[in-house]
Write a protein that binds this ligand. Structure first.
Ligand code: NDP
Length: 395
């Protein structure tokens, strides 16, 4: 029987556990491991104790090796934090176990999103004869697959891609983040960056804004950010001249963030306080609502998609592929809000395609390197139905 090891019992881990269990004919024996065992226990209770649980400190490779060996896992689904990507990948290399994650590695002391250190493990994955699938969430994840789908079915060449991420949900708090606050705030407060004519162009945080009319959500201010999937898409979508990423933020969120930044609460350097070393953003995380608890109070919809422009048979074309998800519907199904849901379901789908051998290979891969069709079909079947719309080319 297949054995699936999920590491991380936060908002996303909950969705992955629920969805793997719903597909248990593929995932077999399911073990949910995390730093805090009680969080695993709560999720196991939701599933009537039909999954097993374990505690692990995934910052230490040896611990993960022991855990993988104990359960003889066939795949590790890493939905802990990006800080643990390398230790978990190294444990997978040592034990020859397949690996999947949803966010690229970050060092806790350097707010830098890049695939370099994960791509460097390609050779070791090849030697071990195992597969690593990087960024199998929504963005990165489904958005990479949307690009591959557009390339396969709609274009000879894609010239430009805009990735458009809208969370139109409201949790009723003055300020909260919808996934891990530390990771979210580091990402949003960093300089923006986009790629044009072969080079990266840096912008100040929130410097570039546009208004986009998101189907089923409405018009929203959308700000240019750097986002990790651009790094791999630039490599793999041939002929691309420009790629940008936009995310929606309400004015209240931006004002709170600006104030927190101005007073130093987003800092990642330790500050001496009463003889203790305090990292401001870690302390802030303690004060903010845990994203895993936002589910029951979040209303509204997410809409994430891509707009691709290019040529087919010498005709200019512009298409929009997007997915809309209702927060309350997600909570009803798996006790999680939409952002955890739209991340956890693609993680489960990526792992399912790996276990079935539909997506296979030795080495480290990004999502757009595989045939997008089976993933797109699974999105429709597993709760993330998508839409395609042709847009006027002169917009
Ligand atoms: P949470 O903070 O809710 O959950 C993270 C979980 O990982 C917690 O249970 C935490 O344990 C556990 N964890 C942290 N450090 C360790 C460690 N050293 N050893 C073992 N377990 C550990 O985060 P989310 O669920 O919101 O996000 C999970 C991942 O998904 C993140 O990497 C995030 O960046 C990614 N993500 C990806 C998206 C995408 O579309 N691609 C979108 C949103 C998120 P404890 O409870 O003890 O702290």
């Amino acid at each position: 029987m297949t054995t699936t090891l999920i590491i991380g019992a936060g908002g996303v881990g909950r969705v992955v556990a629920h969805k793997c269990f719903l597909n248990k004919e593929i995932f077999g024996r399911i073990i949910l491991a995390s730093r805090t065992l009680s969080k695993c226990q709560t999720i196991a209770n939701e599933l009537n104790q039909k999954i097993e649980i374990a505690s692990v400190d995934a910052d230490i490779t040896e611990n993960i090796i022991d855990l993988i060996k104990k359960y003889n896992a066939d795949i590790v689904i890493n939905v802990a934090l990006p800080y643990q990507d390398l230790t978990i990948m190294d444990a997978c290399i040592a034990t020859k176990t397949n690996y999947l994650d949803t966010a690229n590695y970050e060092h806790p002391d350097v707010a830098k999103f890049e695939y370099k250190l994960q791509w460097q493990r390609d050779e070791a994955f090849k030697k071990a004869g195992i597969m690593g699938l990087l960024g199998s969430g929504f963005d990165p994840g489904a958005t990479n697959v949307f690009c591959a789908y557009a390339q396969k079915h709609y274009f000879d060449t894609i010239h430009s891609i805009d990735i458009l991420d809208c969370n139109g949900g409201d949790h009723g708090y003055a300020f909260a983040t919808n996934f891990n606050p530390e990771i979210n705030l580091r990402e949003v407060s960093a300089n923006g960056r986009y790629w044009e004519d072969g080079k990266w162009i840096e912008t100040k945080p929130m410097e570039i804004k546009m208004v986009w009319d998101y189907p089923q959500v409405g018009k929203k201010d959308s700000y240019l950010l750097y986002h990790e999937e651009m790094e791999s898409l630039v490599r793999h979508i041939k002929g691309l001249k420009r790629i940008r990423f936009f995310m929606t933020f309400g004015q209240s969120y931006l004002t709170h963030m600006q104030v927190l930044q101005n007073v130093g609460m987003l800092g990642i350097e330790p500050v001496e306080y009463n003889g203790c070393k305090v990292i401001p953003i870690e302390f802030l995380k303690k004060l903010l609502p845990d994203p895993a608890t936002l589910g029951y109070r979040t209303k509204g919809k997410t809409n994430i998609g891509i707009v691709a422009t290019g040529y087919k048979d010498n005709q200019k074309k512009r298409i929009y592929i997007y997915q809309v998800k209702d927060h309350e519907e997600c909570y009803k199904e798996v006790k999680a809000q939409g952002v955890s849901y739209t991340t956890g379901v693609p993680a489960m789908i990526g792992a399912k395609l790996m276990l079935q051998g539909t997506w296979s290979g030795s080495g480290v891969f990004n999502m757009e390197e595989f045939d997008p069709d089976p993933f797109m079909q699974q999105m429709n079947a597993q709760g993330l139905p998508w839409h395609i719309q042709e847009l006027p080319v002169d917009e």
